[in-house]
Design a protein around this ligand. Structure first.
Ligand code: G3P
Length: 214
């Protein structure tokens, strides 16, 4: 499984890169709005730190506007993936951009047919938002299972980015299904290595080390 960080915060990105666990980053307008650095400086800075794809969202709503916006974003760095919400206009743009070799991450996926259309249009990634489905009492992880099965049935190379992750169990369940990527907020990423029994164990070993004859 690849681990992406779901943030536009450079300090968080640098920290996780330092752990050797960073395979990519996903941003969106809401995440970018939390940062004080101007967007035009922030995105190139993120791209320079991240060893893999950095998703940046297009905000245009028609194909004739999405395409030039995406091309301009893709010029920022070779590891940019343009995020395009799943709409018919977005699909038209995806077909064109994928044909030019630009990585498209189709976002705001809430159904298997949305994912199937995105894959057929040539999207490199699809981002189903599982936490937001859980929030409205729908089974977010069920959507991941359905998309994974469909992509396997038709040998579609589009990678599934499990997005809107809320807790470590989401990551475990996504890994059991075999999803390609989880994009994870920093707070959840840090929890993936925490366990109270590990902390207690370290404390006990250190205490006992003090009693060892040296
Ligand atoms: O990448 C965006 C996605 O992960 C959104 O998450 O927490 O706003 O539902 P959230």
């Amino acid at each position: 499984m690849k681990f992406f960080l779901d943030t536009a915060n450079l300090a968080e990105i640098r920290e996780v890169a330092g752990w050797g666990m960073l395979d990519g980053v996903t941003t969106n307008p809401s995440l970018a709005a939390k940062e004080s650095q101007p967007f035009d400086e922030l995105i190139p800075a993120i791209c320079a730190v991240v060893p893999g794809p950095v998703s940046v969202e297009c905000v245009s709503e028609t194909a004739d506007r999405i395409v030039p916006e995406a091309r301009a974003l893709a010029k920022i760095a070779p590891n940019i993936a343009v995020k395009i919400p799943i709409t018919l206009e977005g699909l038209k743009a995806t077909k064109i951009l994928a044909g030019e070799g630009i990585m498209v991450n189709t976002t705001l996926i809430f159904s298997p047919t949305q994912a199937l259309f995105a894959a057929k249009a040539g999207a490199r990634f699809v981002s189903p938002f599982i936490g937001r489905l859980d929030d409205v009492s729908q089974e977010g992880m069920g959507l991941i299972q359905e998309i994974a099965t469909i992509f396997e049935n038709y040998r579609l190379a589009t990678e599934i980015i499990v997005a809107s992750i809320r807790h470590p169990r989401h990551v475990v369940d996504a890994a059991l299904i075999g999803a390609d990527i989880c994009t994870i907020p920093f707070s959840v990423m840090a929890k993936l290595v925490q366990h109270p029994l590990t902390d207690i164990g370290i404390e006990r070993f250190l205490k006992d080390w003090g009693k060892v004859k040296k």
